[in-house]
Design a binder for this molecule. Structure first.
Ligand code: GLC
Length: 451
């Protein structure tokens, strides 16, 4: 009898461990398989982020509910009047495409909890506002029609859901444990976890092929939230099973889990070098704003210039990364005129110079970038690109490259750049003869054909 009981106990334990293990497992793939899955994205290099929600109405950025410590009732007025009458997603898609962007990620729900899609699991959604239509659907169709790959941002935080427990990033965030306990009485995170799953299932089922899912974000620790709060592993497993090719960011708090993320997502800062995890270079994408805020901020004046933005793009590629550049449309449904100007200028440059961006990456170490330049490299065509950030006066010296170079031209007009070998001391240097006036392109690029 005793042995029988023991056996049953052992079997149950084994079964339990087994089921936990199978739950924890994400699809396995080799490094080469992962690189292949991400290839379209690493080739694309340039995408558009769109932060759009009710916060476009206060026009004081997407954290306004938190910053001004508004409760649901105080925030309700924005829901009641949300009606972007000028929204034309085809126009947006055309602007993104003309700027040279190859993919797009829209906030399907931001921290405020408002859903831009027709979810069955909430009433707090766009179809119940005066606008009345499923914005996510219109967005997906329009961008897809322009040939861009389509993705969703989905906020793990939710400042509206009744079961989401108040934490230190919540608009009702507290300072004492007792206050937290009082406010969180009756809130049930397990229901919220189900809610996330249900919504992500909707997003990844009802809108055709979705190429990227951008979960945002985890903040583990006291009064914070991490992978257990979101049930990240199972959420990700579901996402991958619904959309096997989908590319996923690294904000589910699964950094230590194999297959728990596809790329790292440095936000609003320039990487000093290609980011590494455990000593290995990893795919990366920096997300950046035009002016500092993600959601529309009427009174913000810290806008970057087109040249600065192009430099951001080139610099990312020069370190093997992508740029996801954010637009915060207004509550009428249009891009701020300043965003339009910059997108146009970037498009002008991309039209003639995109060969130094698409399919390019960090140059091999034997090529040294001359002062005030950034190098990119296309490993397939074996061409090197020298971006002249500050246009030199008449000549440029390439150190120690004489034996490697066959031909040089400006990229924007394919005009030959003559060169001659260095002097006795530096025979392997090359002196390039550049025209005195800067060519009519924001950042001139030299295309170097290698031997
Ligand atoms: C941050 C912010 C958020 C923004 C995101 C973009 O996590 O909370 O407002 O959406 O970064 O990367």
């Amino acid at each position: 009898m005793k042995t029988k009981n023991l056996l049953i106990l052992l079997l149950t334990a084994l079964l339990l461990i087994g089921s936990q293990l199978s739950q924890a497992q994400l699809p396995k793939e080799t490094e080469a398989q992962k690189a292949q899955r991400l290839k379209w994205w690493t080739d694309a290099r340039f995408g558009m982020f769109i932060h759009w929600g009710l916060y476009a109405l206060p026009a004081r950025q997407e954290w306004v509910k938190n910053v001004e410590r508004m409760n649901n009732d105080q925030y309700q007025k924005y829901f009641d009047v949300f009606n972007p009458d000028m929204f034309d997603p085809h126009e947006w898609a055309k602007m993104a495409k003309a700027a040279g962007m190859k993919y797009v990620v829209l906030t399907s729900k931001h921290h405020e909890g408002f859903c831009m899609f027709d979810s069955k699991f909430t009433d707090y959604k766009v179809t119940n506002t005066p606008y009345g239509k499923d914005i996510v659907k219109e967005y997906v169709e329009a961008f897809r029609a322009e040939g861009l790959k389509v993705g969703f941002y989905y906020s793990l935080l939710d400042w509206h859901h009744p079961d989401y427990t108040i934490d230190n990033y919540h608009p009702l965030g507290q300072t004492s444990d007792t206050a937290y306990a009082r406010l969180n009485k009756g809130r049930d995170m397990s229901k919220y976890r189900e809610y996330i799953k249900n919504q992500v299932r909707e997003l990844l089922t009802n809108y055709g092929e979705i190429s990227i899912i951008w979960f945002d974000f985890s903040f583990p620790g006291k009064n914070g939230k991490g992978h257990d709060d979101w049930d990240s592993e199972n959420l990700l497993k579901m996402a991958r099973s619904l959309q096997p090719g989908i590319i996923v960011d690294d904000r589910l708090d699964l950094k230590d889990v194999e297959g728990g993320w596809d790329f790292v997502s440095p936000e609003q800062y320039k990487e000093a070098k290609w980011p590494e995890v455990n000593g290995k270079r990893v795919p990366w994408e920096t997300c950046q704003t035009f002016s500092g805020s993600w959601g529309y901020y009427r009174d913000e004046y810290s806008w970057k210039s087109s040249a600065q933005l192009l430099e951001l793009l080139i610099e990312s590629v020069s370190k093997g990364g992508n740029l996801l550049l954010n637009v915060g449309p207004t509550a009428r449904g249009v891009f701020d005129i300043r965003a339009q100007d910059r997108l146009k200028a970037m498009g002008e440059w991309m039209k003639f110079n995109n060969r130094s961006i698409y399919g390019c990456t960090q140059a091999p170490p034997e090529f040294t970038a001359p002062a005030n330049t950034l190098l990119t490299y296309n490993p397939v065509t074996k061409r090197l690109y020298i971006h002249l950030l500050s246009y030199p006066m008449g000549s440029l010296t390439l150190t120690n490259m004489g034996d490697k170079i066959k031909y040089v031209q400006f990229l924007h007009d394919a005009s030959e750049i003559k060169f001659s070998a260095g002097t006795d001391a530096n025979k392997n240097n090359l002196n390039l003869e550049l025209p005195i006036p800067k060519p009519p392109t924001e950042i001139p690029v030299l295309e170097v054909f290698l031997k």
